[in-house]
Design a protein around this ligand. Structure first.
Ligand code: HEC
Length: 464
């Protein structure tokens, strides 16, 4: 038996050259001293493979058409064998992949592993991070419930504000001027064919570079990178004290990836897939999306920006940030690598982490999504007032104004505080605002009768 297996393997190996191909990958020498902080890249790769497997399985049952998508997901979640697990693992796998890619990037930045000769690894890594973000964004719409759809609408609207090319960009993204079945097919194509294809391409390149240039050695203070001598130095260091990647280094990668897998499966079991809320309904005016957490901070950033700077920030902000990210290894490709000698890099990293954390916190607070639980104002608000003001108060609660506006210490903070609306706004101003709505505020023109509008305004005018 053993002999037969061996002969089969020899036949395959002789004809295909498999071991010739794998041997250098597994046996290549790597620097000594690679510890647990070197496991995040391989774990990101592992998550990507997990996403391909679970994604393919989901695609077998998912129907990318606007009238069937929501129902097919309900079927997957409630009836299909292991369907709930698949969705849960795919969701938490995506979260893990984003998180691990971020940590991997942070590790590379802090240890300055992007310096000579690994500039291209950094650049391809940024492209991989962007593509991964696009995967998260497009996947969210495929859920085709109000949350996923409105998150895409908000993003498209923001994109539409980019000077000059904005409208064309938004149309390209959505597959037309409006959101509908065509948008869904388009996002499905992005999510299942185009972006994964690009991911695999750049990932192959990224890994090839790791093999070609070698894994960066752990940095040491007082040992700067000099492009003139680095390669010779690295080759000699590997020759004298390098160790084989498999199994002396790779075992940590394996252990960590298995731990990630267990955690993802555990979360999928305990927390389950993201709930399918309800199918998108354009007539529900107060819907506000709550994008998935790894996108939430980007939405929160734009939501918190004052509207005047927004269209410029929308355009130049990401452009400058991307430019700086891509330029980093070209601006500094030599010198010290140790974080001990690069205090600004450490300070900068901490600042970015704190900023993203604060934005996530802000995004998950009521300010971003309306306070749907807020149903009534205390009776004292209109206690000693006339009938119109009293009726206006009830309308203010019933029509959902309270979800977004504050009166006293009750209500949401999506829109301006209306506690003292009467002393700030004239009757006409109020009429115009409520009738037409604006960014973030639905137009109530067709949803209120003339009498109701008068009562609402009477109520607001009484807020002095
Ligand atoms: C989905 C959230 C949302 C709901 C629901 C909502 N609003 Fe607004 N509202 C806003 C936002 C956001 C603004 C600010 C718009 C801007 O600055 O362009 C605003 C602005 C206003 C203003 C102008 C305030 C000012 O200081 O300029 C008034 C008045 C107003 N809303 C009244 C109402 C009333 C009355 C209702 C209920 C019939 C209501 N809103 C429902 C989000 C909302």
């Amino acid at each position: 038996m053993k002999k037969t297996l061996k002969r089969i393997w020899q036949w395959i190996d002789d004809r295909s050259g498999l071991s010739e191909m794998l041997h250098p990958l597994l046996q290549h020498k790597v620097p000594r001293g690679l510890k647990w902080n070197y496991v995040f890249g391989s774990a990101t790769l592992f998550c990507f493979i997990l996403q391909i497997v679970t994604g393919s399985a989901l695609a077998l049952m998912y129907q990318p058409s606007s009238d069937k998508a929501f129902a097919s997901l309900q079927y997957i979640t409630q009836q299909a064998v292991l369907g709930r697990w698949l969705r849960g693992i795919h969701y938490f796998g995506a979260s893990a992949m984003m998180l691990l890619a971020g940590i991997h990037m942070l590790r590379v930045y802090l240890t300055a592993a992007y310096k000579y000769p690994r500039e291209m690894s950094w650049v391809s890594g940024i492209i991989l991070l962007l593509l991964t973000t696009v995967m998260g964004f497009t996947g969210q719409l495929l859920r085709w419930d109000d949350n996923g759809v409105w998150s895409a609408v908000v993003a498209a609207e923001q994109m539409g504000r980019v000077p000059l090319i904005g409208p064309s960009l938004a149309r390209l993204l959505m597959g037309g001027d409006t959101l509908g079945g065509h948008t869904l097919s388009r996002f499905y194509t992005y999510h299942v064919f185009m972006v994964p294809g690009l991911l695999i391409l750049f990932l192959g390149f990224h890994l090839w570079l790791v093999v070609r240039n070698g894994i960066s050695e752990p940095p040491k203070a007082g040992r700067p990178v000099d492009p003139k001598t680095y390669r010779t130095w690295y080759r000699n260091a590997l020759r004298s004290e390098g160790i084989a990647f498999w199994p002396y280094v790779a075992w940590r990668d394996v252990v960590f990836s298995v731990a990630v897998l267990l955690l993802v499966v555990l979360l999928a079991a305990v927390a389950g897939p993201p709930p399918l809320r309800k199918p998108p309904d354009p007539s529900i005016v107060y819907t506000q999306p709550q994008p998935d957490w790894y996108l939430l901070w980007i939405y929160a950033l734009f939501a918190l920006m004052p509207p005047e700077v927004e269209s410029y920030a929308m355009f130049f902000g990401p452009l400058i940030a991307l430019f700086l990210l891509f330029a980093l290894p070209f601006l500094s490709n030599k010198g010290e690598r140790s974080p001990l000698k690069r205090p600004w890099a450490v300070a900068g990293s901490i600042a970015v982490i704190v900023l993203i954390g604060a934005l996530l916190l802000a995004g998950s607070r009521a300010g971003w999504s309306p306070a749907f639980k807020q149903r009534t104002l205390p009776p004292a608000v209109a206690a000693s007032a006339g009938p119109d003001v009293k009726a206006g108060k009830v309308l203010f609660e019933q029509k959902g104004c309270l979800y977004c506006h504050r009166i006293g210490d009750k209500g949401g903070i999506v829109g301006p505080d209306l506690t003292h609306a009467g002393s700030r706004l004239s009757t006409t101003e109020m009429h115009i605002r409520i009738l037409n709505g604006s960014t973030g505020m639905p137009a109530y023109g067709r949803l209120l009768r003339h009498r109701e509008m008068q009562q609402l305004i009477a109520f607001l005018q009484s807020r002095q």
